[in-house]
Every structure is written in C-alpha cells, then in structure tokens.
Design a protein around this ligand. Structure first.
Ligand code: FAD
Length: 415
C-alpha cells in the first residue's frame, strides 16, 4: 500500500490547500454572516462572494475534482475543465480533507459538495444520454443543485427496504406519492432536480421493489412542506426539507437504470461519497485541534497557559493520534475502492463511516471545552463543526447499521 499522491494529485493538493487558506478561510466568517442575515430576512441565497470564489477556483482548474477517474477523461474531452482531473479515490481524499476545513462553503466553491456529488455520480454511472444532457451537464457546470430524497418520516429509514412512498409506472409516466424528509439541498434556490426513491412493486423481493426516479423540483404536486433544523440550525442556504409528493407525474424516461433497481444504484453511489464525507471531517478535526492549541497557548488561568493545565497536553496528544489513525483508515478504504470498487471495500467503508464522525465529534468537543464558553458560541466555528460531525453519525446510515455490516462480514469469515 502506497499512499503517496500521483504527481498530478500532489500539484492539485498544493493548489487546493493554498486556495482554501488564502481565498476561502479569510472570508468564511463574512460568508456565514451574510447567509444568516439574508435568511433572517426570509431569503435563502448564496451571497455574491460565493460566485466570485467559484469563478476563481474554476479558472484554476479546481472544479469537479471528485469526478471518478473512469469518467473524467470522457467528460474532460467534452467539457474541458468540467471533467475533473482523473483522480482516484486515494488521490482525491487529501483534497477533500482540505475542502473540509471550511464546512459546507469550501466544497461548493470547487463544485464538489454533497449531495450534488453523489447525484452526479449516479447520473454518470446510470443516467441515459438524455438524462445526462438534462441534469448532469448543468450540475457539472454549477448552474443548478440537486437533492436525494430517500428518508421518510413515517418509517425507520435506516432500513432502506422500508421505504413506502410510491413510484408506480402508469403507461408512459411514473406516478409518485408519499412524503420524504431530511432531503438535504431542497432549500437552495438553485435546487432543480430530486433523485427520488420509491416503492414500485411491493410483490418483488425486498431488494427489487424500489425504483429511483428523477423528479424536476418544479413538477406539480411536489411541495416543500417545511425545512428542518439540525440542532437548531437550518443550514441555510442548503437546508433539509420535508417534501410531499402528491400525484406527481413524470415521464417514464426519468427512471434511473430501470424499475426495481434502486438498491443497485444505492450500492454504487455510496462508497466514494462516504470517503469524501470522512475526509472532510478529518479536515474539520484538524481545524479544531489547531484552534484548541492556539487558544490553550494564548490564555492563562491559575498562573499557567491553559494548555499546560490538568490533562490538556494529553488531550492534545490523544487528538493528534486519533486524527492520524482515522486518516489512515480512510486512505485504506479509498485504496480498496480504487482496487476493486464498492464491493471490495464494504467493510472498510462502513468502518470509516463509524470511526471518523465519532472521532471528529470527540476532538471538536475537546476543542470546545478548551475554549470555555466561547467554544459554544457563534464566535468560533466549533459548534457548527460539532453539529456536522454529530449529524454524520446518522446521515448516510446510523453508526449501528454500519457496525452491523462490519460485524456480518467479520463473522462470515469464520462460518
Ligand atoms: C443532517 C442530516 C442530513 C440528511 N440528509 C439526507 C438526505 O439528503 N437524503 C435522505 O434521504 N436522508 C438524509 N438524512 C437522513 C438519514 O439518512 C436518516 O436519518 C438515517 O438513515 C436514519 O434513518 P431514521 O432517521 O429513519 O432512523 P431510524 O431508522 O428510525 O433509526 C433510529 C435509530 O435506531 C437504531 N437502529 C437502527 N437500525 C439499527 C440496527 N441495525 N442495529 C442497532 N440499532 C439500529 C439506531 O440507533 C438509529 O439511529 C439526513 C439526516 C441528517 C441528520
């Protein structure tokens, strides 16, 4: 196993790192302040600074870098810089770590933010030429955003076979009914398409009952009933929506891959996306550790710098060790994905999905404690980062489900 980046990835890592430190970090506070201000006035929108940053990043070729190697060449030929850089998961992972330093904002600057990245991968892998032309191209171009609508308020959605909202073929159309929630991204004014997962044939076997369909956001019958808060924050301007679908009709051609094939898509979609999430969280844990050290060195209590009080030095050491262990685990999962695809990395991807958010939550919590009351305030990014780590213990499947996968694969070895 060799984790050293390819020459192209090393060059991009330097560019992304510099861009994040010099262009994004200095304006992140102002960006969030402006978003909150307009949201308080009832308008969810990205402030102009975002567009300027995106143009600048794109001009440097720092655009769609998440695109998987097997597709980026084709897309580079067709769309120039839209095509990413032909990076493997292992090569992209350190870039995602740098983007993660500024939660939510930085990934979007590089057109590499969830849930668009996962949806773009679905379209790349499973979309027809028409679906790609209609939705993938504007997503790659950064003109629109998207949402993934699977989770439902009325059923335990950690078991995806429970989904009961329906997507039933009726002649040349698919008729969609039901209610989804936690649909991340539907609050954004540019969100134009939803990837919807619904029950198509209740008689089929558990893993062939569900179908994925592309639903334009403005289709009659699609209503965003409300936006949910996460630990009292609305994550404007992206948001997490509860969405009702009331006799929504879309052409049959909007089905992805085929009727009853939602699970096949879900399996192909999730490996790389989880590596991205985890590496971004490692970037956040690094920021938390830096902030903890700087705060601990700069304030004095009981005659000593706070960093030297009690067990604080040990806490710093523990955080460093936890972050480095987690990073190696993620790089291992990325390498296994590169070697043999999602089925080759089932256990490793579930392992990181448990280890990294828990690690990040603890490291960020330690940093909050070292900051005293300030750590819980909006004056530092720590509270937002903690919420993000906490949410990722549920989003993309709760810890327990991923532990279940690791345990099943481990036990199978000894049957
Ligand atoms: C910030 C955020 C963003 C999200 N974004 C999206 C999105 O964009 N699209 C989308 O479709 N969904 C999204 N989700 C939803 C998320 O994927 C679900 O919340 C998650 O899959 C769990 O489903 P549930 O909430 O129905 O919990 P339930 O299925 O009701 O589970 C509740 C709890 O039961 C326990 N449990 C469940 N299964 C097991 C098991 N096998 N073993 C032991 N205990 C178990 C766990 O403690 C679990 O947390 C998001 C969630 C959050 C918080």
């Amino acid at each position: 196993m060799d984790f050293s980046p390819s020459p192209r990835a090393a060059e991009l890592l330097e560019l992304v790192t510099t861009f994040v430190r010099e262009e994004i970090e200095p304006v992140a506070g102002e960006y969030h302040r402006q978003v909150s201000q307009t949201a308080a006035d009832g308008v969810w929108a990205d402030p102009p600074i975002l567009g300027q940053l995106r143009e600048k990043a794109r001009a440097q070729g720092l655009w769609n870098l998440f695109l998987p190697v097997e597709h980026s060449e084709e897309y580079a030929k067709r769309y120039g810089t839209h095509g990413g850089a032909g990076l493997t998961n292992s090569d992209y992972a350190p870039l995602a770590e740098q983007m993660g330093r500024v939660t939510h904002l930085a990934p979007y600057v590089f057109n590499s933010a969830a849930p668009d990245t996962g949806n773009m991968e679905v379209l790349l892998r499973y979309g027809t030429d028409e679906q790609k032309a209609q939705w993938l191209e504007p997503l790659l171009d950064g003109q629109i955003r998207s949402a993934f609508t699977m989770t439902e308020p009325d059923v335990a959605s950690s078991d995806a076979t429970n989904m009961q909202a329906t997507a039933v073929v009726d002649g040349d159309e698919v008729v969609i009914n039901g209610r989804k929630w936690w649909s991340t991204g539907v609050g954004h004014p540019d969100c134009k398409v939803l990837v919807f997962m619904g029950l198509g044939d209740p008689e089929a076997d558990r893993h062939h009952r569900h179908t994925m369909v592309l639903v334009p956001r403005d289709t009659p019958g699609v209503t965003v009933e409300r936006l949910l808060s996460t630990m009292n924050e609305y994550d404007a301007p992206v948001g997490h929506g509860e969405v009702s679908f009331d006799d929504v009709r879309v052409p049959k051609e909007n089905i992805l891959l085929g009727e009853g094939r939602a699970f096949e898509i879900a399996q192909g979609r999730l490996g790389p996306g989880r590596v991205h999430h985890c590496m971004r969280l490692i970037g956040q844990a690094e920021v938390a550790l830096e902030l903890a050290i700087k705060r601990g060195l700069s304030r004095t209590a009981f005659g000593k710098p706070i960093i030297n009080l009690g067990g604080n030095r040990e806490r710093i050491a523990d955080a460093r060790m936890a972050i480095d262990q987690a990073r190696l685990l993620v790089l291992n999962a990325a390498w296994k994905l590169d070697e043999g695809g999602p089925l080759n990395a089932l256990s490793e991807v579930s392992q990181i999905k448990v280890v990294v958010p828990n690690m990040a939550q603890q490291v960020i919590d330690m940093a909050m404690q070292l900051h005293g009351g300030g750590g819980l305030s909006g004056d530092f990014p720590l509270a937002g980062m903690w919420t993000n780590a906490r949410a990722l213990r549920l989003a993309d499947g709760p810890d327990e489900v991923h532990r279940g996968v690791v345990a099943r694969l481990e036990i199978e070895k000894h049957r």
